[in-house]
Design a protein around this ligand. Structure first.
Ligand SMILES: Cc1cc2nc3c(=O)[nH]c(=O)nc-3n(C[C@H](O)[C@H](O)[C@H](O)COP(=O)(O)OP(=O)(O)OC[C@H]3O[C@@H](n4cnc5c(N)ncnc54)[C@H](O)[C@@H]3O)c2cc1C
Ligand code: SF4
Length: 333
């Protein structure tokens, strides 16, 4: 691994000041925050990331889960994924989040991984992780061998001619349905970013994955007050039963009034270049009876714009069945 300077800033302001000197907060950043390290250290060993400076944020006071005045939840940036998934309020009121986190990685990894680090985890595309290969995300303008190469696990929604990499996070899929807000402090002050606006589509700039700028430190994530009586499901389909990323996953938050769907939020994982909220599927179901035919129609709507590659056409039907089953499970209560 290349050499780098490692420091522990005294407070958030000091961390932001140093990180604000970075050339970019995106791929190839010369200064990086480090939290659990389960994404960053991996990529540094592979020399995909070669920061000159690491700023350890683990001692900053962002490790708490607290109630917000409106009855929602405030989740600190360095809250470990295990602590979040096993928190009593999360299990009771935001169970889709608990289910999603517990479906990911391993117990040991979840003990290290943090909320902010999970928001910023990188694709598992094999070309991205191998510096001997070309990759537009790693080296802008070098090409995308995945489009004609190994793409079985890659995305079918939100792709471009420049990149088809999947966003691998489970946690983010649940957060999309919960309409989380991401809170950032940076050199220009504090701001709040709606979850759906945080990750970027690849377009012609796949090396830009989020709206973060140099010095931006995620401090916490908030969840709105829970929806009383909502049914919440996260269903993840993968090549083996544990310790594997999703080929397709679905998160559902649903309220029924009688047999009618009065509220529904839907997002897909494993198939999109970003955590994939589906307003199309939500529109099909809102105000409609909670019956199998409508669930299938919603799944058709969610995947209508899917663009498969040579090896991943199977994901279209897999994702449809995944969503249909998740909706039926939610409706069954
Ligand atoms: C073998 C393996 C299997 C896995 N399986 C799954 C899986 O099935 N599902 C799944 O969802 N995930 C999986 N993961 C990914 C795992 O969830 C992520 O690695 C983890 O969530 C990253 O969190 P971290 O705190 O370790 O991040 P770090 O590695 O510390 O940081 C990641 C990035 O976030 C930045 N960062 C961290 N904190 C902040 C902050 N507060 N503000 C701004 N930037 C910040 C860092 O600079 C870095 O660029 C797996 C990982 C491994 C290694
Ligand atoms: S899909 Fe994206 S990450 Fe993978 S090789 Fe192409 S540009 Fe790189």
């Amino acid at each position: 691994m290349h050499s780098f300077e490692f420091t522990r800033p005294e407070n958030a302001a000091a961390a932001i000041t140093v990180a604000g000197q970075a050339k970019t907060a995106q791929q190839g950043a010369d200064i990086r925050f480090i939290a659990g390290g389960t994404t960053l250290i991996d990529l540094m060993k592979l020399e995909v990331e070669t920061p000159a400076r690491l700023l350890d944020i683990n001692r900053l006071p962002f490790d708490k889960i607290e109630e917000t005045p409106d009855g929602g939840l405030k989740i600190g940036a360095t809250v470990r994924n295990s602590d979040l998934a096993n928190h009593a309020r999360v299990q009771r009121d935001y169970s889709v989040l608990s289910q999603a986190i517990l479906s990911g990685a391993s117990a040991q990894l979840r003990n290290m991984a943090t909320t902010a680090g999970n928001l910023l985890q990188r694709t598992r595309c094999v070309y991205f992780r191998d510096i001997a290969m070309r990759c537009n995300k790693r080296e802008p303008g070098s090409g995308c061998p995945a489009i004609t190469g190994s793409n079985r696990t890659l995305a079918i929604l939100g792709t471009s001619d420049h990149c088809i990499a999947t966003n691998p996070s489970d946690m983010c899929v649940a957060m999309a349905t919960l309409e989380a807000m991401i809170h950032v402090e940076g050199p220009k002050g504090a701001r709040t970013i709606a979850f759906g606006d945080f990750h970027l589509l690849p377009g012609s700039t796949p090396h830009r994955e989020t709206v973060l700028e140099p010095g931006d430190l995620i401090t916490h994530v908030t969840l709105p007050p829970p929806r009383a009586g909502s049914r919440q499901v996260y269903l993840k389909l993968r090549d083996r039963a544990s310790y594997e990323f999703a080929l397709a996953s679905a998160a559902v938050v649903m309220n029924l009034t009688g047999g009618t769907i009065s509220y529904v939020r839907i997002a897909l994982g494993g198939v999109g270049t970003k955590p994939w909220r589906s307003p199309e599927a939500e529109a099909v179901l809102t105000g409609k009876p909670a019956i199998a035919g409508n669930f299938r129609q919603a799944a058709e709507a969610a995947l209508r714009n899917a663009k498969p590659q040579s090896e991943n056409k199977f994901k279209i039907e897999l994702a449809k069945r995944c969503l249909t089953h998740a909706l039926q499970t939610a409706a069954n209560g």
